[in-house]
Ligand binder design. Structure first.
Ligand code: ATP
Length: 325
């Protein structure tokens, strides 16, 4: 735990303490010496290779990789291309393999779609993804300010559908936060970035490894003995969703005053020993209650995705699905 790295504002990551060996056979086939790239098929029947596309510009940089906006040369379709460079840290490479493995298993309108993945002879690993025009919820928050409740209902509903799908597939995301939720031009919110996700082999598998962005981690991830009776990992995603929605409403990370940068010790003490954050007076009763259901410190008391999807905060007023973020 001493190796906490501060990456950028409210984005602390702990190193992986477990899962140090690749869990899955590497999803990419060995690089051929006669071709410039190798491709893998995803859940789509037609996979896109790097010879089909041209770069337009950089969309953003992540942990060890760069995401580009790209165009398909023949049909002009726009995609996002994530590239992790051949010389990047082995941990980063393991994360991208894991991300590919999970994207290949998923097929849901609430999860960012993968159109192909391949490894270049240089060792660069590439994923072709659907392009999400409006970017992350984090960048929308920075640009337009805090979200009102009608927008949050829409976000909550879509992310819950995504989590419900993932949990049904026995996948725990483990890094739900505003910068891992992407929005497209139709205002659809989709879950992305599966680098630290875990596929549970059995429903009762324990999931206690310290991976993900620690600011959004649930109390049982730090202290399973106190807060994790019967902990199975899925409830950790619900805690992170609660914090994410609160952050979008408040305009700042809920455990800290606006503008304050987190330090590891303060944050861990606040999460484990303090009360869960609560919404200010102006918030509706329904929203407060919904957040309380997500931010129960004891993991077994936290609501599941299906319970939350029937909570009045998200199940009332379906017209908010059309809301303009
Ligand atoms: N499918 C996409 N469509 C549009 N923009 C995207 C897409 N995927 C990523 N981006 C942009 O690229 C940036 C970097 O994404 P990436 O997944 O590499 O890293 P991150 O999630 O921001 O950070 P990290 O991987 O370190 O947690 C994002 O913040 C977002 O702005």
């Amino acid at each position: 735990m001493a190796l906490v790295r501060e990456r950028r504002q409210i984005n602390l990551r702990l190193p992986e303490l477990s899962d140090c060996r690749p869990r899955f056979p590497l999803p990419l086939p060995p690089t051929s010496t006669t071709t410039t790239t190798t491709t893998t098929t995803t859940n789509n029947s037609s996979s896109i290779s790097c010879n089909d596309i041209e770069k337009i510009h950089v969309l953003g940089h992540g942990n060890g990789g760069t995401v580009y906006k790209v165009r398909h040369k023949r049909n002009s379709q726009i995609y996002a291309l994530k590239v992790v460079h051949g010389d990047s840290d082995p941990l980063v490479r393991r994360q991208i393999y894991r991300e590919i493995e999970i994207l290949r298993r998923t097929d849901s309108p609430y999860i960012v779609q993968c159109h192909g993945s391949y490894e270049k002879p240089s060792g660069d690993i590439v994923i072709v993804m659907e392009y999400m025009e409006l970017g992350t919820l984090d960048s929308i928050l920075q640009k337009y300010g805090a979200f009102d409740e009608s927008k949050l209902k829409h976000v909550a509903r879509q992310v819950l559908h995504g989590l419900s799908y993932l949990h049904g597939q026995k996948i725990i995301h483990r890094d739900i936060k505003p910068s891992n939720l992407l929005v497209n031009k139709d205002m659809e919110v989709k879950i992305a970035d599966f680098g630290v996700s875990k596929i549970m082999q059995r429903t009762l598998d324990a999931c206690n490894s310290y991976v993900g962005t620690c600011a959004y981690m649930s109390p049982e991830r730090f202290d399973p003995g106190t807060y994790g009776v019967n902990y199975d990992g899925y409830a950790g995603d619900i805690w992170s969703l609660g914090l994410t929605l609160m952050e979008l409403y408040l305009g700042h990370f809920p455990f800290l005053p606006p503008g304050q940068r987190p330090d590891w010790a303060t944050l861990m003490c606040a999460i484990c020993f303090g009360d869960p954050p609560s919404l200010p007076e102006g918030a509706s009763e329904e929203f407060r209650e919904f957040i309380q259901c997500c931010l129960q410190k004891e993991s077994s008391k936290r609501w599941t995705t299906s319970q939350l999807l029937s909570h009045p905060f998200v199940c009332k007023d379906p017209r908010s699905d059309l809301v303009d973020l």
